[in-house]
Write a protein that binds this ligand. Structure first.
Ligand SMILES: *Cc1c(COP(=O)(O)O)cnc(C)c1O
Length: 389
């Protein structure tokens, strides 16, 4: 399907709302029925019609259609945030006694679900270094029913060979889910590679303006309906109409914003890479990246985020660097208009800092929509103030 068609027309039914270009925000909790039999049919299958906005809602449905098409999937559900999408997807597909194999260092709240919540229901998880697909296969037990992937990881960008892992999982009746937030479906198509459930947080690139949260889960009609009928309706974490509307608006400019970010990040990277205080960078589309070949094979582009390691002698030097930035802001998240930076050592006390541990000297930058020169000048003066040279 044509990308322009998906973003501008698919799912929109303008004749039904006065030919307005922008869709209405259907801010309603419930929908009326004229016939008892229609009501009966709706009760029998909540996915067949509009009945109550904890289930389907017309504004959210426009978004669902577009996002499913972007993922090349039969259907999709949109949640109030990405964490909820993952939670519902995993919960719907495991039962007591099951075992999950997950990539190591998944998104923090996913790790919490695996470590704290699921063990209460006798579901256990083994973490593996996903850079070698064999680690997934070797960790698989007779009761393994779920593989969790995140490729690339959003800090160190470690990749998994998606097609290889998906093929093995299919043979062994194991459900697969990938967190595709870094690439978005524009730059990586996990469903076409055989993954059952493609997840992305819409909070980041789709929203694009740091003003709403959202989470996307795409897959076959069967698996999506299974999640809708129980977890989606029960947890009640579906996207709200106004947030769905903001995400539709964000989608219109998604390719344009990503193209711009792709250009800017290359310029910022070129500056950071040769800076004397920088020991190493991590970016999937840089030739120095250990999994460069795999990245080139399964991703179209590497937008927005890269990490770098500075030659800092103390934690204070990194603190001075971060606090000297005038325009790049220190904040979690990414995907908005604004450039952001996060130092890994934020979790450490001064005394815990070890200049021999590269992790402690690591920072992650998100390159937003500003001019490259503006971002570079800000980094340059902060390096200078921190005595990093
Ligand atoms: C932000 C993020 C999530 C969670 O999404 P929310 O919308 O914040 O709940 C999941 N995975 C990755 C990689 C993220 O960056």
């Amino acid at each position: 399907m044509d990308l322009s068609y998906i973003l501008n027309e698919l799912g929109e039914d303008r004749e039904h709302y006065f030919n307005a270009i922008a869709p209405p925000i259907m801010q309603t909790s419930n929908f009326r029925f004229n016939k008892v039999d229609e009501l009966r049919a709706a009760f029998a299958d909540e996915m067949s019609t509009y009945i109550y906005s904890r289930g389907l809602n017309p504004t959210a449905d426009i978004l669902r259609k577009k996002l499913a098409a972007l993922d090349g999937a039969e259907d999709c559900l949109v949640f109030n945030n990405g964490a909820a999408a993952i939670f519902a997807a995993v919960l719907a597909n495991v039962k007591a006694g099951d075992h999950i194999v997950s990539v190591s260092k998944p998104y923090s709240w996913v790790q919490r679900m695996f470590d704290i919540i699921l063990p209460r229901f006798a579901v256990t998880t083994t973490y593996v270094d996903g850079r070698d697909a064999n680690n997934y296969f070797n960790a698989t037990k007779p009761n393994t029913t779920f593989y969790y992937l995140e490729s690339p990881n959003s800090w160190d960008f470690a990749l998994q060979d998606i097609a290889t892992i998906a093929a093995y999982a299919k043979q062994h009746n194991i459900t697969t889910l990938i967190d595709n937030s870094y690439c978005t479906p524009l730059y990586q198509q996990p469903i076409a590679m055989g993954i059952d459930l493609a997840m992305q947080t819409a909070t980041k690139y789709i929203g694009g303006h740091s003003d709403t949260l959202g989470g996307v889960l795409s897959g076959s009609k069967t698996i999506i309906k299974k999640i809708f009928d129980s977890e989606y309706l029960n947890i009640g974490s579906g996207i709200q109409p106004f947030n769905a509307w903001l995400l539709i608006r964000g989608l219109r400019t998604l390719p344009t914003r990503l193209e711009r970010i792709n250009r800017t990040i290359k310029e910022v990277l070129a500056f950071v890479k040769i800076h004397p205080a920088v020991k190493r960078i991590l970016y999937p589309f840089d030739e120095s990246f250990p999994q460069y070949a795999l990245a080139k094979r399964q991703m179209k582009e590497a937008p927005g985020l890269f990490s770098f390691f500075v030659q800092a002698e103390s934690r204070q030097q990194i603190v001075t660097f971060c606090e000297s930035l005038q325009h790049i802001q220190m904040a979690v998240s990414w995907g908005g208009h604004e450039s952001l930076l996060l130092p890994k050592c934020a979790g450490l006390q001064d005394a815990e800092f070890d200049a021999a541990n590269p992790e402690h000297q690591m920072m992650r930058i998100y390159v937003g929509l500003e001019e490259a020169s503006y971002i570079i000048a800000d980094l340059d003066q902060a390096f200078e103030k921190a005595g990093l040279k």
